[in-house]
Design a protein around this ligand. Structure first.
Ligand code: GUN
Ligand code: ZN
Length: 442
């Protein structure tokens, strides 16, 4: 039997890419809109006045007055096992990994730890309005099993993979070329393409994989259609120097991955701060994507991603936003949009709120090659949505009331807002999160 539901409220969608056309002309705001969902897919979207007479009798309608309905947010780079080390003091990347991350990830040998963390993480994502993420697990295959199991229960579109790491890491966190390949292949057979789940081959970064393991990652990518590749690229200067020493024949850090066949469509490179023009050209040519992780780059003192260079109209590169928790300081894409604005401005560029929303939704979907399924409110798309408002914060609501346009409201939300501004999250046509009426007491 078909399951139908309708949402009513102000919807936000895109007419065009705001990095290639004037941003203020790219946002489509429908003030009183209807979204009809059948079996998890958007069947109609447009003006309530025009479409509601055709609404099948008895269709339940959820009305969100005074709210903005957007496509669900897309986080293109995040580590679920690191939620317990978010906000850990005092180190840059390599020391931070050794001191905080590796000990936390070692605990994921225990499936109970992994299951508990995956459930908590997914709840936090939905609370932040994020409906799809590209997620790093740990080296343990059971960490990926736990993640996929929990994501499947919620009916989410998620991308994840077991980390590959065969050197320069504690023994308890190392695999080998053989075990890494076999465990990934088993996980691909078990999870890739099941419901809305996809597998990402996940070599952590060039420092922790031998050239042979990177080659094996390329073989894995060729083993089934639609697989993703996720890894870190040129995040930190010390890291870049170490990679140059480990791979002296490569022209650049990206070239290390390229030689192993890892630079292609559905490859997502986190950070990409210290890369040059030939690297950007190579990403453009291949369709590989970069994940901009501003809260993480600020938190670890890594540097400033040059967004305007990456998306330059002459050879645009796909870019999405990543929270990169636990180096990132928030799972909220609203907060991440706000920090991306500040980083762009330091570099002499203005990130328009419509561009920021694009990165968090439609642009993120395009970065992942999923723009025909998620990232916009349109007929035929999967019904993954988030509903935004001023929340229970009196001052934020007061400030929002002083906005003349939806674009101004968006800018206030991304500058001052976070998960508290998410009234509800829908995934696959089901409401998977609803903000409690008032915050729980002490
Ligand atoms: N580079 C290699 N591993 C990691 C990680 O877990 N987080 C971040 N931010 N960078 C990395
Ligand atoms: Zn990361």
């Amino acid at each position: 039997m078909t399951s139908s539901h309708a949402l009513r409220g102000t919807t936000l969608s895109f007419r065009d890419n705001p990095f290639l056309a004037p941003p203020s002309e790219c946002l489509n705001v429908t003030e009183d809109a209807l979204i009809l969902i059948e079996d998890g897919i958007i069947k109609a979207a447009g003006s309530w006045q025009e479409l509601s007479p055709d609404l099948p009798a008895g269709t339940p309608v959820t009305h969100y007055p005074d709210a903005l309905i957007s496509a669900g947010f897309i986080d293109t780079h995040v580590h679920y096992p690191q939620i317990s080390v978010i906000a850990s003091y005092g180190e840059q990347l390599l020391e931070w990994l050794t001191r905080y991350v590796f000990p936390a990830e070692a605990a994921f040998a225990d499936p109970a730890v992994a299951t508990e963390a995956a459930g908590r993480f997914l709840h936090e994502l939905l609370r932040a309005g994020t409906t799809t993420a590209a997620v790093y697990c740990t080296v343990h295959p059971q960490s990926a099993d736990a993640f996929f199991t929990e994501a499947q229960k919620l009916g989410l579109r998620m991308i994840a993979g077991k980390v590959l790491m065969d050197r320069n890491a504690p023994e308890a966190l190392r695999d080998t070329v053989r075990t890494g390949y076999d465990q990934s292949a088993d996980l691909i057979a078990k999870w890739h393409g099941k419901d809305r789940l996809s597998y990402a081959v996940t070599p952590r970064f060039a420092i922790t994989s031998t050239p042979e393991q990177l080659e094996a990652a390329g073989d894995l990518l060729d083993s089934a259609p639609g697989l993703f590749l996720q890894t870190h690229l040129a995040e930190n200067r010390e890291e870049v120097r170490a990679v140059a020493e480990l791979f002296p024949k490569s022209r650049s850090y990206l070239d290390v991955y390229d030689r192993a066949g890892l630079v292609r469509r559905r490859s997502v490179f986190g950070h990409a701060i210290h890369i040059d023009e030939p690297d950007l050209c190579r990403c453009h040519e291949t369709g590989a994507a970069l994940s901009h992780c501003p809260t993480s780059n600020l938190f670890l003192g890594s540097g400033a991603f040059r967004l305007s260079d990456a998306v330059a109209a002459a050879r645009p590169v796909h870019v999405g936003l990543g929270t990169d928790v636990g180096a990132g300081t928030s799972l909220s894409l609203l907060s991440t949009m706000g920090e991306a604005y500040k980083v762009a401005l330091i570099g002499g560029h203005r990130l328009h709120p419509v561009q920021a929303l694009w990165l968090a939704t439609r642009g993120g979907a395009a970065a992942l090659g999923l723009e025909d399924r998620i990232g916009s409110i349109a007929v035929g798309m999967e019904a993954d949505l988030c509903v935004l408002d001023g929340g229970t914060d009196d001052f934020l609501r007061w400030r929002l009331e002083r906005c003349d346009t939806v674009q101004d409201q968006l800018f206030v939300l991304m500058t001052l807002g976070d998960a508290r501004c998410v009234r509800a999250t829908w995934a696959g046509g089901r409401r998977v999160y609803e903000r409690p009426e008032s915050p729980p007491g002490p």
